[in-house]
Design a protein. Structure first.
Length: 276
């Protein structure tokens, strides 16, 4: 008798009912205050591309924890609205492989050092996000078990489904590929709906707006426009990868507070790169 009663309880519980046939109210993250879904957001899952230079602030080198704290606060606000967030971080604030190669260093060795720099940035951002109560996982393309998970696509997707922020470190794990290419690749693998590339200006211009006051801002571009005009959005490999898979890119100014949330909510900020 007790076994039959236990079996009935298990079966009913699996279907969301208790032993009296009443529906079980399962507490959700929304109800507990962990996050509330953002109304009318065009995106469910995004990939945020952060350059290493964005993390160094005005100090010129290294990691500015004040800057990372501001970025983490914005990420927390967006994640709190139920948006699944993956992040790819560059390492230019610590070591830039391409620059070292130009000075005579072997390109492969320089690129591997650059990958290690991205891991430092990823761990710093993870620490601050977790201090703010945001569950965060770092996945590295280079195996380093004591510091981060090894990148496994299905595991990364599962983390995102559980509303954890996932930071992809060490690029693609291969030399000669930039973190821009890593962002495009990871976005495709996890099924992100858009790449949000954070920069220091409010979009893509025909020239450097700091050096050329006559530079024209583009509100919308095609992938071919970017390649043919040699606009510095992302490297050609990343743009081609996005074009082949029709993955839109939004270039925006990270220095303006609230921009990440506004874009996720559907506001037309920055420059949209798409297939038209």
């Amino acid at each position: 008798m007790w076994f039959r009663a236990l079996s009935n309880f298990v079966v009913r519980s699996r279907h969301g009912f208790d032993t009296r046939g009443l529906k079980i109210e399962t507490p959700s993250l929304c109800r507990s205050g962990a996050y509330s879904p953002m109304t009318q957001s065009p995106y469910k899952r995004i990939l945020l591309k952060l350059s290493g230079e964005a993390l160094m602030g005005s100090q010129g080198h290294g990691i500015d924890l004040t800057v990372i704290d501001k970025i983490a606060s914005e990420i927390k606000e967006v994640a709190g609205n139920g948006i699944e967030i993956a992040i790819v971080i560059g390492g230019g604030n610590i070591f830039r492989g391409l620059s070292a190669a130009a000075k005579g260093m072997e390109r492969a060795s320089a690129d591997y050092m650059g990958m290690l720099a991205t891991v430092l940035n990823a761990l710093a951002l993870q620490n601050i996000l977790e201090n703010k109560g945001v569950a965060t996982r770092v996945q590295s393309a280079i195996e380093m078990r004591e510091l981060a998970e090894t990148y496994i696509r299905r595991r990364a997707v599962r983390h995102l489904e559980k509303k954890r922020v996932v930071i992809f470190a060490a690029g693609t794990g291969n030399p000669y590929f930039t973190t821009d290419t890593a962002a495009a690749l990871r976005a495709m693998e996890i099924g992100a709906e858009v790449i949000m590339k954070a920069t220091k200006v409010d979009g893509v211009y025909s020239a450097d707006p700091v050096k050329d006051p006559s530079a024209v801002k583009y509100d919308r571009l095609s992938y071919l426009d970017v390649l043919q005009k040699n606009l510095k959005v992302m490297d050609a490999t990343a743009i081609s990868l996005c074009m082949d898979n029709n993955l839109p890119i939004i270039v925006f100014n990270l220095n303006v507070p609230g921009n990440i949330k506004k874009i996720v909510a559907g506001e037309p900020l920055g420059t949209l790169v798409t297939g038209r």
